[in-house]
Design a protein around this ligand. Sequence first.
Ligand SMILES: *[C@@H]1O[C@H](CO)[C@@H](O)[C@H](O)[C@H]1NC(C)=O
Ligand SMILES: *[C@@H]1O[C@H](CO)[C@@H](O)[C@H](O)[C@H]1NC(C)=O
Ligand SMILES: *[C@@H]1O[C@H](CO)[C@@H](O)[C@H](O)[C@H]1NC(C)=O
Ligand SMILES: *[C@@H]1O[C@H](CO)[C@@H](O)[C@H](O)[C@H]1NC(C)=O
Ligand SMILES: *[C@@H]1O[C@H](CO)[C@@H](O)[C@H](O)[C@H]1NC(C)=O
Ligand SMILES: *[C@@H]1O[C@H](CO)[C@@H](O)[C@H](O)[C@H]1NC(C)=O
Ligand SMILES: *[C@@H]1O[C@H](CO)[C@@H](O)[C@H](O)[C@H]1NC(C)=O
Ligand SMILES: *[C@@H]1O[C@H](CO)[C@@H](O)[C@H](O)[C@H]1NC(C)=O
Ligand SMILES: *[C@@H]1O[C@H](CO)[C@@H](O)[C@H](O)[C@H]1NC(C)=O
Length: 537
Amino acid sequence: MKHKLLLLFLAGAALLLATEVRSQHEDIPYQPVSNICQTCLCLSTQDVDHRTHFNLDCSVRNFEHILARWPEQFGSQAIASGAASEIVVSYSGNRIKLLQQLPATNASLTLSCRHCGLQDLQAPLFMDVPNVQALYISWNDITDDALVPDLFRGPFRNTRYEPIGLRDLDLSHNRIVRLDRRLFEHTPHLTKLNLAYNKLSSLDEATTASIGSVATLQRLDLSHNGLMTLPAQLFSKLTSLRFLDVSGNEFSTMPASLQLLGKSLVQLNLAGNAFLSLKENSLQGLVSLKRLNISSMPSLRSLEKGALNLPALEHLDCSRNSKLERLELADLLSSRNLSQLDLSWNALTTLVINATGSSNNSSNSTNETWPRLRRMSISGNPWYCSCELFKALELIGLNHIDREWDGTEARCETPYLLAGSPLSNLTAERICKMVIPKKYREVDEEPPRFLRRHYIILTAIIASIVLVIGLVIGFVVVCVRRRLKGSDYGVQPIRYTSVRGSNLSQFSQLQPVSVASKFNNVHAGSSSGVTTGAANA
Ligand SMILES: *[C@@H]1O[C@H](CO)[C@@H](O)[C@H](O)[C@H]1NC(C)=O
Ligand SMILES: *[C@@H]1O[C@H](CO)[C@@H](O)[C@H](O)[C@H]1NC(C)=O
Ligand SMILES: *[C@@H]1O[C@H](CO)[C@@H](O)[C@H](O)[C@H]1NC(C)=O
Ligand SMILES: *[C@@H]1O[C@H](CO)[C@@H](O)[C@H](O)[C@H]1NC(C)=O
Ligand SMILES: *[C@@H]1O[C@H](CO)[C@@H](O)[C@H](O)[C@H]1NC(C)=O
Ligand SMILES: *[C@@H]1O[C@H](CO)[C@@H](O)[C@H](O)[C@H]1NC(C)=O
Ligand SMILES: *[C@@H]1O[C@H](CO)[C@@H](O)[C@H](O)[C@H]1NC(C)=O
Ligand SMILES: *[C@@H]1O[C@H](CO)[C@@H](O)[C@H](O)[C@H]1NC(C)=O
Ligand SMILES: *[C@@H]1O[C@H](CO)[C@@H](O)[C@H](O)[C@H]1NC(C)=O
């Protein structure tokens, strides 16, 4: 009896607590539903498999709340019947601060509320919507506090909460710093998670455990979060992950944990990170990787030999790396299925294919190197049009170069003779026969930067020599002047004029001997001829 009473009391307390938790947002009204299809766009269609699709578009309607019920037009039968129907509803572009619990349905549901100014989510959102498929709530103001595990709990049956069917969750462009360790405990079917453009800069232990617990995950987007590394625990259970986007982060070295994804990873985006170089073996073990994006890295200077040894690779985007001067194409020769290669807008001057093992007979090897190559772009690089470059291009198939990819054509920058010529106008045969005049070659082979530095040093040396000479001359002049001032010669001009004056007077007095003797005193005999001439006159 006592036990029973205690139990009853406990149950009552629990109920009270539960209602208290639930009543947190209980008094907030929903949007009125009557005649909703005159405000929103309602659409229902049936496909060949007799599945009914309901579409409710309430985007940009100045709503502050979601609807309390599904529109009557959808029919109560279809709403209840589950797998046979699908509801797609959009509240995007309204001013909904709080996303309230959704009205009950057994249909599969896709809900979007992008650009809603969402700050809070009422837990549990999907208690009466166990077949929710996708939730798109990007471009809101959601913070860590709103993301609690109870958010995703399903209906309570027997002893526990049922899991929900959520597969696709888009939380990008919010203000999430970390995730609750148990956030995904009610979502065992989640395959796609987008956390791009948040503030997950350091994946702490709880956040790592949270994402790492979703063993079904196939697509993960962690781009633009200021990440510096990826902890190993993140991937240890994610054996189904096929698509990973970590672009726009701060990686300077390749996270070693990527190798844990070796068997499953098909697509990897590393664009816009802070790599200086890709080291040998940094992508080792990614045997299934088909698409790799290593573009837009402002500090990437080299791809070392062995960095791109990816046998399954089909698409490579290695463009817009403004400092990339070195690229080992030889690695890519092992990627037999390569079909798209973008090497545009780098700082490449040449391509070296060290094709040991593969034939160097250009007439036939073209289709053999990459038999599936369809598009290739090499424009926007400062190509040095050498025999070597054209041999390499011919080996990989110059005829595949796509001139229309971005509307620009690859052109030679050096040597001087060929500057500005489109690569498509030239052939290996012509370039290899061409004799480049020595005076051009010397200039071309040296990078202009060094040339300029050379000139600067030369100019500096010449300038300093001139300065020193100037100083020495100045010094000497000053010294001589001082000495002249001290001696009799210093007043020589005055004396000379006085002598000349006296000369004139002496000329008039016709006394040549005395004039000559006076001049001899002054010029130590050097001008005696003149004086005698004058005397003769
Ligand atoms: C969904 O189906 C369950 C039985 O599978 C039923 O008990 C429940 O009432 C249904 N929900 C709705 C909203 O019709
Ligand atoms: C590679 O990533 C950059 C930046 O995210 C993007 O602009 C580009 O389109 C991507 N390339 C491919 C081939 O998807
Ligand atoms: C290349 O593609 C073919 C057919 O798509 C596939 O069978 C083969 O395994 C691929 N090669 C590699 C190395 O992945
Ligand atoms: C080509 O490969 C051979 C051996 O692998 C090596 O000795 C040679 O230096 C390489 N040449 C270039 C230009 O890398
Ligand atoms: C390349 O061709 C030359 C002859 O043109 C030949 O001597 C050389 O062995 C060839 N190299 C390879 C790797 O086939
Ligand atoms: C290239 O291969 C053809 C036959 O396919 C052969 O006749 C020619 O001599 C080869 N050229 C070189 C340089 O090996
Ligand atoms: C070179 O290619 C032609 C067809 O383009 C083919 O008939 C010939 O057998 C090939 N030669 C070799 C050595 O592969
Ligand atoms: C090589 O490709 C060209 C077209 O790009 C094609 O005409 C030719 O038949 C191919 N040769 C071989 C041997 O596949
Ligand atoms: C390319 O070659 C064609 C014909 O050989 C020529 O008419 C054209 O002027 C060349 N273009 C350039 C930019 O040199």
